[in-house]
Write a protein that binds this ligand. Sequence first.
Ligand code: NOJ
Ligand code: NOJ
Ligand code: CA
Ligand code: CA
Length: 714
Amino acid sequence: MKSQFKRLTSLALSLSLALGISLPAWASSDTSVDNKVNFSTDVIYQIVTDRFADGDQANNPAGDAFSGDRSNLKLYFGGDWQGIIDKINDGYLTGMGVTALWISQPVENITSVIKYSGVNNTSYHGYWARDFKQTNDAFGDFVDFQNLIDTAHANNIKVVIDFAPNHTSPADRDNPGFAENGALYDNGALLGTYSNDSAGLFHHNGGTDFSTIEDGIYKNLYDLADINHNNNTIDAYFKTAIDLWLDMGVDGIRFDAVKHMPFGWQKSFVSSIYGGDHPVFTFGEWYLGTDQIDGDNIKFANESGMNLLDFEYAQEVREVFRDKTETMKDLYTVLASTESQYDHINNMVTFIDNHDMDRFQVAGAGTRATEQALTLTLTSRGVPAIYYGTEQYMTGDGDPNNRAMMTSFNTGTTAYKVIQTLAPLRKSNPAIAYGTTTERWVNNDVLIFERKFGSSVALVAINRSTSASYPISGLLSSLPAGTYSDELGGLLNGNSITVGSSGAVTNFTLAAGGTAVWEYTASETSPAIGNVGPTMGQPGNTVTIDGRGFGGTAGTVYFGTTAVAGSGIVSWEDTQIKVLVPNVTAGKPGVSVKTSSGTASNTFTSFNVLTDDQVTVRFLVNQAATDYGTNVYLVGNVAELGSWDPDEAVGPMYNQVIAKYPTWYYDVSVPAGKKLEFKFIKSNGSTVTWEGGGNHTYTTPASGVGTVTVDWQN
Ligand code: NOJ
Ligand code: NOJ
Ligand code: CA
Ligand code: CA
């Protein structure tokens, strides 16, 4: 019944597209499974592939690497892509309403069993790669992988792969016999090993102590053989490897350990994905601890072109609902501060637990906190990612206890129903996908917040206390006058509300543990931009603008004051415009839309226009002595080098690992095949000292990576 309905839906969609009939909200292009550059309307389900479902026992590893009774959590358990296919086909995943799956890194991993202090360890998690152009046999072969993609797509589900180009596998330089010596293969051909690395594929700087960003990038993360991205073989290898997966239809990439790879290389890498045949949504993992706010993390999210997992959000939700160490007032403070810190807040990937944290559900505790944290996440800004088994209230502190085999596939749990009920709202109501967030009522236990986009509104109330109910008076909302029933249908003790013509909500009592979602979806007549994806691109790239009220007839898109119409518009629908980035000055010109009848939209301010194709160049400057507290920065004649504005200079540069003070270095994403002019500056945050002499010049490579070294000019 369900799958028949789905088929009818896509038939209706193609028919109505062909006939030019306007579509109901649930069938908008911005919400389609084909929209690979916008995940704001999606709900991601994170699967540790080995731990979800074993659909093919024939591919299970033999011998020491396998735990048949699933008692040894560091060994393979047998989960695979066929198992995920089975769980799509039997309705477990589609029934929950999730619209994207994030699966373990799919690439070939080492197969050896590694002993640490006498304990066996394996690559069941997928983070110990050997060949990024082959599959992990325990998960399946390329036929299985293609089947997974095709089955997912046929069920309106996207597939996100984990990808970890920071490292291969554990290695010990002084002991080539340890594990597989970090070996890296190119589709079966050995490129090099960690202890025999004549091609310079790896860093050999020891392990990081995590003391600085630089230390974490250029030294090994634990004992993992650290990739040297300032190497032409490596750069070309990863670009062709990711293309292979994208060609198969992958819809998104979760980049592992982005704090530990040169930022310039990552920016040029994702810009090549965005400019290639298959631009997709990307998000990185940069771990933040409880209450940690990190300016470098924020800068990465705003400038790299990649989005990030929202650790600030996750840690706060855990404090408020799981550990009860902070209040609902603190929660709103974080919702508000993150909205001002992060330029692309609707692209941040939100979550309440994952494979690197204690599971959210506390053993022996009630389940309401989990259900409320899910409700919050499903209705908040950002793309929700739900960790497998959270809907089954799985427990487990720390790695590997947080990665047990999926315990059951019960479609009747309250958490499963919460996801099932709320996930579709992300597609039907743009206030949930794209809206701003406003506090409407708060005390230590209760938060009532509103999401608003155009005239669409969602109002969400959560009382985390399971013993106290609260009278709610003086509540205002943007909902039009009327009576609204709880979208959750009272599943979490929510009530309906009545709204007067001024937006005043009639007083009511929010029950203990009460959680309700009230919403109104407007049919929008004025244009409103919700998302621009990707958030970075060069002239000629196709960019997707999602929102509402663009109208059925093509109008004009503006990049700053530069108008794009006619052949610069690839497609124009009421909820989605595809446009070619025009030849404008690189930077952030602001993107806006004017309908064919001349009504202007809001401006999306953070789209970053690049000068051209990007390559990574390592800039080194020798003899740049500074006073304590003063750092060296790079500035030059292109937007990527700050267009001569010292406030936009690149850096602070590094001076400890690859080269040492008074030499400074930095890996930068710059336009390919261009003659750059640049200088270095010294700055202590207030006083800037420019280098003397003429500008340095350097012509960047047309592809691959480059290095330029100069002496500081007094
Ligand atoms: C972060 C991943 O999430 C974690 O599970 C993994 O062990 C490390 N990166 C190294 O790949
Ligand atoms: C910007 C100029 O364009 C550049 O050539 C010069 O070196 C610096 N300012 C410092 O004066
Ligand atoms: Ca299997
Ligand atoms: Ca690294």
